[in-house]
Design a protein around this ligand. Sequence first.
Ligand code: ASP
Length: 322
Amino acid sequence: MPTGLLGIEELSRGEVEAILHRARTFQPLQHQSYKKLDTLRGRMIVNLFFEASTRTRTSFEIAAKRLGADTVSITASGSSVSKGESLVDTLNTLAAMRPDAIVMRHAASGAPYFLAHHLAIPIVNAGDGTHEHPTQALLDALTILDHKPALEGLRVAIIGDIAHSRVARSNVHLLAKFGVDIVLCGPATLLPPELSAIATGVTLTNDIREAIEGADVIMMLRVQLERQHDPPLQAGEYFHFYGLRLDHMALAKPDAIVMHPGPINRGRELTSEVADFQQSVILNQVENGVAVRMAVLERVVGAHVEAARQKSGAVRESGLGI
Ligand code: ASP
């Protein structure tokens, strides 16, 4: 069984709660002048990014360093992938250097799952194609809980390019575990009907006003042009129908918060007024990314060490070990 973190779908509600609980203990550390712990001292974390990233890559690196680990960051353009090496060979090469965990982002949905079954090192999925982005959903949940007493009973509107969003998918899996009322909204071509089958609380609409009506949380998504071969709407049309403006906020609950995983495209997905609005928590999401990734790295490295310890104990007991 892989000991990393691949997706939210496989986690139980209790596991999600345990990660959020641990992440909360790391939040105050981000405000101290001395920010380093030694929980993972002597450990090595490799960040392997085959797709662009600002927030995720940086915060995984900062999280590992704040836990005292050493880190190495590799991007596809600077690695032998650009010389034609296969994904499996690249990962086997890195694994031979004995890191304690590999954090990876890849454009192919399922890539980390495939590799996790071939490598003995824990893999943390930092986004696989259009499939999952588990640490984003965890940091989103932590951010919601910084502003709302509980997830249960909330109405969360997720608006935009749902079809290509691993953020939407991971959030639906996470929020559904807590019985959240989830409304997915976007143009019909970007709104896959099968997502409503994930849980009974998931509904779909093409009407942004209907989605925002009574929402406690409005989560905007980026239009993933890099994954759209034939964009259904031009930028101006998209903004007209699905861009979030300040006047939309009157439809939501008065204390509704606005979220976005970033990178934001002002004037396409939301106006600057909304992005910089006092109820926008976009930068709080970024800040919580470090605390959540600390909790995740500590957990996956700890679980792996424990699994190895049990295995060597079992081998010794059976008389086969040294
Ligand atoms: N940063 C998020 C992701 O990697 C969202 C986005 O790129 O739109 O999925």
